[in-house]
Design a binder for this molecule. Sequence first.
Ligand SMILES: Cc1ncc(COP(=O)(O)O)c(CN[C@@H]2CONC2=O)c1O
Length: 406
Amino acid sequence: MANIGDYRKDFDILNSGDYVYFDNAATSQRPNQVLDAISNFYRTANANPLRGLYDWSIAATDMYEDSRRVVADFIGAATPEEIIFTRNTSESLNLVAYSYGLDNVSEGDEVVISVMEHHSNILPWQMVCRKKNAKLVYLEPDEEGVISKEEYESKITDRTKVVAIGHVSNVMGVTNPVKEIVAYAKSKGAIVVVDGAQSTPHMKINVQDLGADFFAFSGHKMLGPMGIGVLYGRKELLENMSPFLTGGEMIEYVTRTDATYAELPHKFEAGTVNASGAVGLAEAIRYLQNVGFEAIEAQEQKLTALLMEGMSKLPYIKIYGSKDPKKHCGIVTFTIDGVHPHDISSVLNDDHVCIRAGHHCAQPLMQFIGEGSTARASLYFYNTEEEVKIFLEKLAKVREVMGYGA
Ligand SMILES: Cc1ncc(COP(=O)(O)O)c(CN[C@@H]2CONC2=O)c1O
């Protein structure tokens, strides 16, 4: 059994200088195995997949569809046809809103989301409700970001057609009770879309166990390349949905006035697909499975505990979310009295420490917690205790650098 620290050698960027990368919730870094898999595709099987009748195109198609099978197994889909490759979580969530929401939400219906959602899981539903004259209902968490049973049972009703909920908040780090929300939503006749962008990199996902009707995530947050995302959808729902984007690859037959569409999953994959991205994502999945989510979770929880314990010694720092480091998924959002989050990030960057500052595409949540913006450190399994110590040492200097007393 490899030691968790043995994997860091695979990430050249992390070993190329003195940078401390604590912005993994925005995007992760990539191991050489993923970069080599992408390079290998272009060096040995690069052709436009799915339509060509020659060896390279057949090889590219095989690599693309093998990657789909890897993704389906990874998240417990019933069949690979339930896996749609998109560009990212944002596109996946828009696909559901446009192709399912507009056809199934009617005037007077309700769509339930939470105030903690990322804009990618708010704006598509604002669009649906505006176009269909339906009502958008917000679940509100407690101070630690927990959505209570009373809260979701009071707001998910017989008028609810869609519940769209983040699995893990990219600000609070809290894991929502998705399985319970799904069960209750189904008892009310609603379908559930789960935004898995911040959970899939950190924990074992089984979409059938969750009961999700749709599940979205991005390759770039889990060691994969940018530009490849996934939408899982229950086959019987996808089969009855209109295409989202139209054009090449996704048709059976086209006349001057009409067209019939390809079978799943190709109906939802218009144009030349991101075959190399899918191959890179499949390699990222194999890499994560080799590390193991138990080891990933243990390392993240150990580092988050060290981080929060050190930050708690600085009285001018406020941490958002749970006081329990085990309930942060590696995400620690904070403010420093008197210092704008952008200045926190800039001062830390002077010491080669990379964190995120801003609204994190979660402005309704910022309004809910009464902040315009916050700073956020987010860890992954390849970060180290030494990096946490460096972060804490540099963080303790920020106020001084900004002209405040220590
Ligand atoms: C919870 C959540 N949902 C959806 C998205 C959108 O993902 P894509 O950008 O891959 O479509 C993000 C991105 N997270 C942002 C991106 O940068 N920092 C963040 O926290 C997210 O954290």
